[in-house]
Design a protein around this ligand. Structure first.
Ligand code: GLN
Length: 503
């Protein structure tokens, strides 16, 4: 049979449309691939094969009737385990939600289902999306397909590793401070955080509501764009989703991707963020970003260096705002309404002791650290000094972006200061882990769209990510620039060494 693993959306859809393969066969090939490799990679927290079988049967029926196929017909998709898929667990890789079964479906999952996708499974993550390596999962550590002794990045590490290893064609992640883009960089795939409000968050378990955004991961920009078109659009169930200009249906981002990179880049103004191409960034990464800038210039773009002076405050601002919001959002896990209820050691009639033992047992160390930090930042007497000050500096960071975007269409930088690090290397040093997100966090604070795409191999022959940021609602421009880069280079075609030999 034709090799079905490692294909793009358009390749699979062509095979389905001309009846060379069925959706059931596409599914079977991917399930077999998961069975062969997930014991090493550990990307999935649960498989949703039963659901996928039904979805595949529906697609095969459409093919048999000769109907036009929806955009993701027969495409295997993995979903991060903080996004609800009805009747399956949504654990957020936390003990506190270990036995929680989602009673309803997230809007993004509904949209994927309507678009014909096949749900392969739910994916591992840092507990409640807090982390940069997926090591904070209460269940298991996901490995980077390029080198099993290294982390895939995080917090959407399971989704990203699933795509990089061919176990899914597309995956959904969530990005609060870099959780789609940083793992995309570490695993050599494309990952996009759309403009804040572009994609509905109904059915996404909240971490930091003013920053959280769902987005797609795939092996090419084209596939990322197709998936974003499916999930984007206003949703009346999410009051933070943008009502215009996508009121009735999502835009079709892939339609804007011409195959002529010069046409895409001509006249565009590209800014290189100087604060992110110097000290603290691995030298191979800096050279790759400079080389990318030269490629854009050759394609007809005008490239300049730009400065975001307040971005040096982004990390402390993020760790006050994100933790403050998390402390409020996670207050609901108290043993009463959701998941774990722990009465061990608690006096029978003391509800406070029940809360205490439930939360002590149910949350891992990083989640507890954040809840304490956030509660402190919000407490009376400290609120003005920490939380309010952080909000004010957030505005200054946003103002910096507004001013450079007067002369630039997109900004480029590394996605991460390092390539994928070893499992265990940073677990005892939260601060050095937090530094992983130094390049990605500013876009969340300002609500901007951003993508990470592969831009070369660095230390130990591991993937380097190029980050491209745009203004609010310029997601299409970001995708165009990213696509132009992929039309002129072949970094995205270098799959991890194992993929070619398995299937
Ligand atoms: N790594 C960052 C954190 O730990 C970002 C996480 C995310 O984007 N969900 O908070």
């Amino acid at each position: 049979m034709t090799e079905l693993v490692g294909r793009s959306i358009s390749e699979l859809k062509k095979l389905l449309a001309d009846k060379s393969v069925s959706a059931k066969e596409v599914l079977a090939a991917h399930v077999k691939h998961v069975q062969a490799h997930d014991s090493d990679i550990k990307a999935f927290t649960c498989l949703t094969e039963e659901r996928a079988q039904k979805q595949a049967a529906r697609v095969d029926e459409l093919i048999a009737k000769g109907e036009t196929l929806p955009p993701l017909a027969g495409i295997p998709v993995a979903i991060k385990d903080n996004i609800c898929v009805a009747d399956y667990p949504t654990t957020c890789s936390s003990r506190i939600l270990e036995n929680f079964i989602a009673p309803y479906e997230a809007t993004v999952a509904q949209k994927l289902d309507q678009a014909g996708a096949l749900f392969i499974g739910k994916t591992n993550m840092d507990e409640f999306a807090m982390g940069s390596s997926t090591e904070n999962s209460a269940f298991k550590k996901t490995a980077n397909p390029w080198d099993l002794s290294r982390v895939p990045g995080g917090s959407s590490g399971g989704s990203t590793a699933a795509v990089a290893s061919g176990m899914a064609v597309v995956a959904l992640g969530s990005d609060t401070g870099g959780s789609i883009r940083q793992p995309a960089a570490f695993c050599g795939v494309s990952g996009m955080k759309p403009t804040y409000g572009m994609v509905s968050r109904f059915g996404l378990v909240a971490f930091a509501s003013s920053l959280d955004q769902i987005g797609p991961l795939a092996r090419s920009v084209e596939d990322t764009a197709i998936a974003l078109s499916v999930i984007a659009g206003h949703d009346k169930k999410d009051s933070t989703s943008i009502p215009e200009p996508f009121k009735h249906q999502g835009p079709r981002f892939e339609a804007a991707l011409s195959s002529d990179p010069e046409k895409l880049m001509k006249g565009l103004r590209v800014g290189v963020i100087t604060e992110l191409v110097g000290e603290g960034i691995e030298p191979e990464i800096v050279s790759s970003i400079r080389a990318a800038a030269a490629i854009f210039e050759k394609l007809g773009a005008k490239v300049t260096d730009v400065s975001l002076p307040n971005s040096k405050f982004a990390l402390p601002v993020y760790y006050l705002i994100a933790t403050a919001e998390a402390s409020a959002n996670l207050a609901r896990y108290d043993g009463v309404k959701y998941g774990l209820r722990e009465t061990d050691g608690a006096a029978k009639d003391s509800i406070l002791e029940m809360y205490k033992s439930t939360r002590s047992k149910g949350f891992g160390a990083e989640v507890k650290r954040r809840i304490m930090l956030g509660t402190y930042a919000l407490s009376s007497g400290y609120y003005d000094a920490y939380y309010k000050k952080a909000q004010q500096v957030r505005r200054l960071i946003k103002n910096d972006f507004d001013s450079v975007f007067q002369n630039c269409d997109v900004l480029i930088s590394p996605t991460s200061p390092t390539v994928a690090f070893k499992i265990g290397e940073k677990t005892d040093d939260p601060l050095s882990m937090y530094l992983s997100d130094i390049a990605t966090i500013p876009a969340n604070l300002a609500g901007l769209p951003g993508i990470s795409i592969p831009a070369g191999l660095g230390k130990d022959k591991l993937p380097i990510g190029l980050q491209i940021l745009g203004q609010v609602l310029s997601d299409e421009v970001v995708l165009k620039v990213a696509h132009a880069f992929q039309q002129s280079t072949d970094f995205h075609n270098r799959q991890f060494p194992g993929l070619a030999t398995v299937g």
